[in-house]
Ligand binder design. Structure first.
Ligand code: FE2
Ligand code: FE2
Length: 302
């Protein structure tokens, strides 16, 4: 078994299409807000938006690929680290190839149990999301898959891994599922509403696991805690996706404050997240403007 498993080697069949996140964000075809008077991500997801079925399908496809990678990431965390048991096994007569690398960090066995429970949840979410995709009229591969979630799940420090994935990315899943649940409600689609509600409940548990393990494992190591929180900030910033998630009235995905609290975030952390989202929105709009200006300069004038 390899010590790390690169995202390029994840098992996917020919239906899946991959696009790097940087290529997506730098796409010059995106229209800046000042050109249209509307925000670039189309604004809040409501049934009166003419493109809402398409926008909901894009979001649903992203949730589906995110669920697969959350399963793969939690599965890796069950494997990649030692526990007291694996250390003992390596020293005993059992086949040591079944254990992680000898120099892999050690984690409590209970953390692995939490990750195993998460695998079970994510496998169920993958099936639900695949069926919801069918229900909403999309299909596997209609939209591209980015692999950043899995890449964050490859961090060699288990605390950074759980902070980046469970707190930052699954925290985003809370915001996305809550948005989709509300969209199901206002658009009169109980299948969407209740499926998202069930998955949302699980995601609150996964984020809470990240919050609890971060606090427990860094109780006596403030430097490691700060490194983990910094990693979370980087991931949060990247995944605020240019204002895709925020607290403004027209944010496509709203920061779900109440569910964040249930998942172990305090008010200061939620406020900081809202600020990160505001900055990410400004950065993205500046980047799109610069890309368009550069494109206009290069374009032939005749
Ligand atoms: Fe999930
Ligand atoms: Fe999850």
């Amino acid at each position: 078994m390899r010590k790390s498993f690169p995202a390029e080697d994840l098992a996917r069949d020919e239906r899946f299409v991959r696009v790097p996140l940087t290529a997506r964000m730098a796409d010059a075809r995106q229209v800046p807000r000042e050109a249209t008077g509307k925000r670039r991500n189309g604004g809040r997801l409501t049934p009166d938006r003419p493109d809402s079925p398409e926008a909901a399908r894009v979001l649903m496809h992203g949730i589906f690929t995110g669920e697969i990678q959350a399963l793969e990431g939690a599965g890796r965390t069950c494997w990649d680290f030692n526990t007291e048991n694996t250390a003992r096994k390596r020293g005993g007569s059992d086949d040591a190839t079944e254990a992680p690398a000898a120099d892999a960090p050690e984690v409590p066995f209970q953390l692995k149990l939490d990750m195993a429970r998460q695998c079970w949840d994510e496998a169920r979410h993958t099936e639900i999301s695949c069926k919801l995709g069918d229900h909403m009229g999309t299909y596997i591969g209609e939209f591209a898959e980015g692999t950043f979630l899995y890449e964050a799940a490859c961090n060699p420090d288990p605390v950074l891994r759980l902070t980046g994935v469970n707190r930052a990315l699954e925290g985003l899943a809370i915001d996305v599922f809550n948005t989709m649940r509300e969209f199901g409600d206002v658009s009169g689609d109980p299948v969407l509403e209740f499926c998202e509600d069930w998955m949302l409940a699980d995601e609150v548990t996964h984020v809470k696991m990240g919050s609890d393990w971060l606090r427990r494992l860094t109780e006596k190591d403030p430097e490691r805690r700060e490194r983990a929180l910094e990693f979370q900030r980087v991931v949060d910033r990247l995944f605020s996706l240019g204002g895709f998630r925020g607290e403004e009235e027209d944010s496509p995905v709203r920061l779900a404050r109440r569910f964040r609290e249930l998942a172990g975030f305090d008010t200061g952390e939620i406020d900081e997240l809202a600020e990160v989202a505001r900055e990410a929105r400004e950065d993205a709009e500046n980047m799109i403007r610069q890309n368009r200006e550069a494109f206009a300069e290069q374009a032939p004038t005749t």
